[in-house]
Design a binder for this molecule. Structure first.
Ligand SMILES: [Fe+2]
Length: 391
């Protein structure tokens, strides 16, 4: 039988429930007036990411930041992506092919955002024989990760690049760029862009007045390597500015051969317990990430190598250049193999294993530079005993 005190408390709880219902109704009505009413009842309640035992960031029933939808971890299997690329090639005449792509969309966003993480977009483009796109430029940073073995070309600020598989071609904000395919086989590249972030900030724009583009009639070959390709040796003159943008790399091509050589030279070291052998693509003079918004990395996991649990406040997209394995995100297993893309959203614990008999090489794209710049980058790991380590 309830005590007197319990009865009073229960009466009060019923009264509060009625008031709360009334507050909810009031908020529904206020929606039309473009205001939102807040009390202790619907106070924002995002939990601190680095505290508590829950692996997944927790949210209260109500949250003032309702417009922020956190991405979920996911793998885009290459077989699925490729079938749509092939259908595009079959279906589209050259009149429709300019920049034709299959865009990866995070399941958390549905149709409400063409993005893989909150800040980044991946568009996988396929260019058929005769494709010859006119130059354009835009304020978002973009890059191309070359998936095909060879074929096709990119023009960036007058530099002609004929890339091969595993190359990274950067088209920084404010650079004129174009592409084409003069060969017989279609070529496939993955474009990584900070478009969702720049769009969110209201700074996205596009220019298609290609007649004002950098000189693409007399292209320079090998400029990036000639000028910036000798580590530790810096030319003491600048030939000309490269694009209108600020804070991005002037070296537009980072070759797969150089990347593989760097990883091979480092393979005898222990590397990081959280990432294996990992390198970052940086601007040749400043050592800063190639873009102020996205850091590009390459990671070697040796056969059988398994990483310790690791999490941080930046989101990361992975591309599997070679090998196979799996990544466990908050206990959920994501298997990956050649050409798959995967996203691990920020705050999520991950471990990675190379389950194959050969090297696994993954490229990654992370918004860590922008998260760092605004003062919010943090990372944590666990040691072999499972103890938490602030990194
Ligand atoms: Fe572009």
């Amino acid at each position: 039988m309830a005590t007197k005190k319990e009865e009073v408390q229960s009466d009060r709880a019923r009264e509060l429930e009625l008031i709360i219902n009334e507050l909810d109704e009031l908020n529904e009505e206020a929606r039309d007036k473009n205001v939102w009413i807040r009390t202790k009842w619907n106070l924002p309640n995002q939990k601190a990411w680095h505290l508590g035992t829950s692996d997944t960031p927790e949210r209260g029933a109500y949250n003032l930041g309702m417009e922020h939808v956190p991405p979920v971890p996911y793998v885009w299997k290459w077989a699925n992506t490729e079938q749509y690329l092939m259908k595009l090639i079959d279906l589209c005449p050259l009149e429709l092919t300019e920049r034709q792509s299959v865009l990866l969309t995070n399941p958390a966003y549905g149709t409400h955002g063409v993005k893989v993480a909150g800040t980044m977009r991946i568009a996988i483009s396929i260019y058929k024989k005769g494709d010859d796109a006119e130059s354009h430029m835009h304020s978002p940073n973009a890059s191309r990760t070359i998936i095909s073995e060879s074929g096709g070309f990119t023009m960036v600020e007058g530099e002609r690049i004929e890339p091969v598989r595993g190359d990274l071609v950067f088209t920084p904000n404010g650079t004129w760029h174009a592409h084409g395919n003069e060969g017989d086989k279609p070529v496939i590249w993955a474009d990584t862009l900070d478009w969702p972030l720049i769009d969110y900030l209201g700074c996205a724009w596009n220019r298609n007045d290609w007649e004002n583009a950098a000189d693409h009639k007399n292209p320079e070959m090998g400029f990036s390597d000639k000028f910036y390709g000798h580590g530790g040796i810096r030319p003491r003159f600048e030939p000309h500015p490269r694009g209108e943008g600020i804070g991005s790399t002037d070296k537009f091509l980072y070759s797969a051969t150089d990347t593989r050589a760097a990883l091979n030279d480092l393979r005898g070291f222990d590397g990081s317990p959280y990432e294996g052998i990992s390198v970052e693509f940086v601007q040749p003079y400043s050592g800063e990430p190639t873009f102020s918004t996205i850091s590009y990395r390459a990671q070697l996991l040796r056969p059988g190598e398994a990483t310790l649990p690791y999490r941080h406040t930046a989101s990361t997209i992975f591309f599997v250049l070679e090998g196979s394995g799996h990544t466990d995100v908050d206990g959920e297993r994501f298997e990956w193999e050649k050409n798959d893309f995967m996203v691990v959203p920020n705050h999520r614990w991950r471990t990675m294993v190379n389950t194959g008999k050969t090297d696994a090489i993954l490229y990654s794209y992370t918004d860590q530079p922008v998260v760092s710049k605004i003062g919010h980058y943090r990372e944590q790991g666990r040691d072999k005993s499972g103890a938490l380590v602030d990194l």
